[in-house]
Design a protein around this ligand. Sequence first.
Ligand code: 5RP
Length: 233
Amino acid sequence: MDQGAMKELVGKRAVEALVKSGMKLGLGTGSTAIPAVRHIGFLMRQGVLKDIRAVPTSFQTTIECEKWGIPLFTLNSAEIGGSLDLSIDGADEVDPQGRLIKGGGGALLVEKIVAYASAAYAIVVDESKLVPNLALRFPVPLEVIPEARVPAVRTLEALGAEVVLREAVRKAGPVITEHGNLLLDLRFPRPVDPSALETEFNRIPGVVENGFFTRLPPTVFVGHADGTVTSRK
Ligand code: 5RP
């Protein structure tokens, strides 16, 4: 089974295992989360799922929900009241303790707000995302306000990070997030403590949020090349 098929399958399995009628759902971003969103839309059209209220984590997710008629709210809507029953999202890396790197798609800010407002959190990944240590292979992103770019890079380099400003594709210059900010991608030459860094990064003036997600922990659904899906808490 190729990676695309694994992503389709794992998203569907997570939805079938966890999503129930009446739930307030956080819906993630990326090529693994979107098949889960579509499957929720499909089950709503079939009448299998009813009374779903969703909070999307990005424009990508919003547009997909609009296509499927999934009712959309914000965390601040009276219908949501600031908390969710369950969120389903993808990840760029997952370590053995269920700590994550997220933000490869640039949506980490709302993804984290939604994740930390959720009573239950499910991550859907293909097996290539499982790693022994975070941030050695895939960079951890930081969202930073434009005015803080150079001082933030200096501080991060002093912490041992190799820092790259994320460049846009088919637009000259850097990626601008949905909140008007820049993204810095950080790699580390040796294993780091993601739990400590999640807090430390956010103390740097101008850093809005970072892509270490360490305080949950999620139920992780993993799609494998042999066509099986495993899950672990
Ligand atoms: C977006 C994310 C995505 O969930 C993450 O990048 C994984 O994406 P994909 O499933 O496409 O590999 O955090 O900000």
